[in-house]
Design a protein. Structure first.
Ligand code: BYC
Length: 330
């Protein structure tokens, strides 16, 4: 049993023997590959941890629209503009499925927004970096969506039904996003010397922030042990980061671009690449709110929330009016 294995590593996860009968039945259902649905009993920690992860994921999708939205008006062709617009709309859709999944756990969307705006809930560190050139749209699609797929494909098998089901559609769309990013990179590297340089520069700036998307190294991951025992997470941060590097290096070679890591080398024994870790002090600094764009991203979300107040109020007033009219007619 995974729960028992974790206990033996001393990471503070209860073994089956330490659980009360209800918790034990819950864990056994998860260990057997069963799904947990909204009305089922669940430990409070499971519920809270899921709200944290799904809520953070939903916020990431919504905040993630900003760095790409930045380029819609400046896409180089009408076709590229239409594709980018569709991609950014998809991200909004992902956010909405995920907010719905989190709402089934007893939190409202308003509460999640409030927590985001007050800095009590996070969104992915990657969106605190600026998108400076058109090549960044390629790098974001290729690397950021590539990292997202690596992380999210296993989440289709998470133990919480609504989350797992939301991930199925999200993953299909992310795969299109990744291809459109790679396609932009292909175009850039086949273009002029200046365009190829732009593509290399985008890779240089997005490589380490993309590696950070998978979270801190396993030794510093607070939630992994319990989340994996509950199948809220299916792999550790380092496992997924390694898979991402192994998948991406040949793609960079195909593009004729250089990964900005002098230590990068194939390790026959482990069957994967050795690579340099990101600067973790930068990662934790971005999490504290000190990345290049944290302030702008959060402000944009707060402004959107405030600007939309009249729509929410109008809809609530309309619903109240309809309810009153229905009551009067009865
Ligand atoms: N950024 O114990 P750990 C997308 C936090 S959307 C910020 O390892 P966990 C896309 C972590 O929350 C991408 N914070 O955490 C959208 C925790 O702090 P708290 C989003 C991070 O949860 C639009 C602390 O560090 N994907 O790709 O076990 C366009 C310790 O970490 C980050 C998801 O959300 C980070 N990168 O593992 C394009 C997927 N990493 O909460 C693309 C679902 C860690 O205790 N989420 N932290 O205050 C997950 O799989 C996991 O939550 C993570 C982190 C792997 C991200």
């Amino acid at each position: 049993m995974y729960a028992q294995m974790i206990k033996s590593t001393g990471q503070g996860v209860k073994s089956l023997d330490e659980m009360d009968p209800q918790e034990r039945a819950f864990q056994e259902r998860i260990d057997a590959g069963g799904k947990i649905e909204p009305k089922d009993w669940m430990p409070e920690g499971y519920r809270k941890n899921l709200i944290r992860q799904i809520g953070q994921h939903a916020h990431s999708e919504i905040v993630g629209q900003l760095p790409e939205g930045n380029w819609i008006t400046r896409a180089p062709t009408l076709e590229r503009k239409a594709i980018l617009l569709a991609k950014v709309q998809d991200e909004a859709g992902h956010g909405l499925y995920l907010y719905c999944a989190a709402e089934t756990l007893g939190i409202t969307r308003d509460e999640m927004f409030e927590a985001l705006h007050e800095g009590r809930m996070k969104y992915s560190s990657i969106f605190n970096y600026p998108t400076l050139t058109w090549a960044d749209m390629g790098a974001v699609g290729w690397l950021v969506d590539g990292a997202a797929i690596m992380n999210q494909v296993p989440l289709q098998r998470t133990s919480y039904g609504p989350y797992a089901r939301a991930m199925v559609r999200i993953c299909k769309e992310e795969s299109f996003h990744q291809r459109q990013g790679f396609d932009i990179m292909m175009k850039m590297v086949k273009g002029t010397e200046a365009q190829k340089k732009m593509a290399q520069d985008a890779l240089n700036r997005f490589w380490y922030p993309s590696l950070m998307m998978f979270g801190p190294s396993d030794a510093d991951s607070v939630h992994s042990a319990q989340s994996m025992a509950w199948k809220i997470k299916m792999n550790t941060n380092d496992e997924l980061r390694q898979k991402f590097v192994d998948q991406t290096v040949p793609q960079a070679e195909y593009l004729g671009l250089t990964i900005p890591d002098d230590t990068l080398a194939w390790n026959e024994e482990k069957g994967g690449y050795d690579f340099a870790e990101p600067d973790w002090s930068e990662f934790f600094d971005v999490l504290k709110g000190n990345g290049p764009c944290n302030h702008d991203r959060l402000n944009a979300r707060k402004e959107a929330w405030e600007d939309g107040a009249w729509v929410r109020e109008g809809m609530l007033a309309h619903a109240a009016k309809k309810r009153a009219a229905k009551l009067a007619a009865e």
